[in-house]
Design a protein around this ligand. Structure first.
Ligand code: GTP
Ligand code: MG
Length: 353
């Protein structure tokens, strides 16, 4: 009955014992598969991260981590850019986001950590990781284009990760913008605006004129407040790899999102299946820093190898523990993740040929 309802909402009226064509069956199967796989990945990661419950007295408020998702070219990077008032899109190859960028923005003393994600269909796993590592998803939908395939995919990732979605209807400065149509289209995915009796926050914005940006930021802070986000900063750090690469001169460089505790220069650290000692650390503005608390994205040097985006990192007491964690990670967690990713990739290859 879930499938019948879903098809009905897409304007296809079918009965329970009716045949559908292969293309449609494939489309539905892919969508359900993505959700199941994401849930499995979260299970694996949670199992690896399982540890003693933090004593409530040690918890301190931390900034929200917000991931910006949506269809290609709907204006995610421009929107972040408008928020940061700096120009990064001009520096990207062809204006298409290749990696997740991580930025911290200070709004009147309140910090928000943003993760940019690419909208191109080839980057499903990056969007998945984006949703997995964040507290709130900003769904960017261009008012002149409406709901598109990666819009739907982003909704599914956010729902699977069980994070609240704030809808930013972008490009409202365009003459062809149709805000009502976007709202109407999103009702099919159970995102109903508050003024239509639902509980999803919709903010019409323009990255170009900056209209609505202030309201969007307020809504993010409001949503974060409801979540009462807290972490213990006075413990060894844990978090996720956002991206990593090999620099010819500096060796492996990893962008990490610290989720718990505080990461310090000199810490022994296991990052997925690599390990090492934090030799140098820079923040999102390329400034050298000595320590980074919860919800902070940092770039670090000092690993023996390039880890994978999405890997977990933990700071350890000594070099031996770091190596042991890396080895455990290889044997227990990573293989399963790799297997799942491979399965997913081969499926993708199959369908894009
Ligand atoms: P990917 O990262 O490739 O998925 O794209 P994106 O969603 O980050 O889009 P990007 O910010 O690169 O913007 C795509 C195009 O839309 C650019 O040409 C922008 O100038 C334009 N654009 C973005 N926001 C607005 C807006 O508010 N109004 C208008 N008129 N154009 C916009
Ligand atoms: Mg972009």
């Amino acid at each position: 009955s879930a499938l019948v309802k879903k098809l009905f909402l897409q304007g296809k009226v079918v009965t329970i014992n009716q045949e559908i064509d292969f293309a449609l069956a494939e489309e539905i199967a892919m969508e359900y598969d993505v959700i199941c796989e994401l849930e499995e990945k979260i299970d694996v990661i949670e199992e690896l991260l399982k540890e003693e419950e933090e004593d409530a007295s040690t918890l301190k408020p931390r900034p929200p981590v917000v991931c910006v998702m949506g269809h290609v070219d709907h204006g995610k990077t421009s929107l972040l850019d408008a928020i940061r008032k700096e120009n990064v899109i001009s520096g990207e190859a062809g204006g298409i986001t290749q990696h997740i960028g991580a930025y911290v923005v200070d709004i009147k003393g309140e910090k928000i950590t943003f993760l940019d994600t690419p909208g191109h269909e080839a980057f499903t796993s990056m969007r998945m990781r984006g949703a997995m590592s964040t507290d709130i998803a900003i769904l960017v939908v261009a008012a002149d284009d409406g709901v598109m395939p990666q819009t739907v995919e982003a909704i599914n990732h956010a729902k699977a990760a069980k994070i609240p979605i704030i809808v930013a209807i972008n490009k409202i400065d365009k003459p062809s913008a149709n805000i009502e149509r976007v709202k109407q289209e999103l009702t099919e995915y159970e995102l109903i605006p508050e003024d239509w009796g639902g509980d999803t926050i919709f903010v019409p914005v323009s990255a170009h004129t900056k209209e609505g940006i202030g309201t969007l930021l307020e809504m993010i802070l409001l949503t974060a407040e409801v979540g009462e986000l807290k972490e213990n900063p006075d413990r060894k750090a844990r978090g996720l790899v956002i991206e990593a690469r090999l620099d010819k001169g500096k060796g492996p460089i990893a962008t990490l999102l610290v989720q718990k505790g505080t990461l310090k220069v000199g810490d022994h650290i296991a990052v997925g299946s690599s390990y090492g000692k934090v030799r140098a650390m820079t923040d999102d503005k390329a400034r050298k820093i000595r320590s980074a608390g919860p919800s902070t994205p940092v770039e670090i040097l000092g690993l023996d190898n390039v880890p994978n985006a999405g890997d977990i990192f933990v700071a350890t007491d000594n070099d031996k523990d770091a190596r042991r964690f890396a080895e455990t990670f290889i044997s227990e967690g990573r293989e399963r993740l790799i297997e799942q990713t491979k399965a997913k990739l081969s499926l993708e290859d199959l369908f894009t040929q």
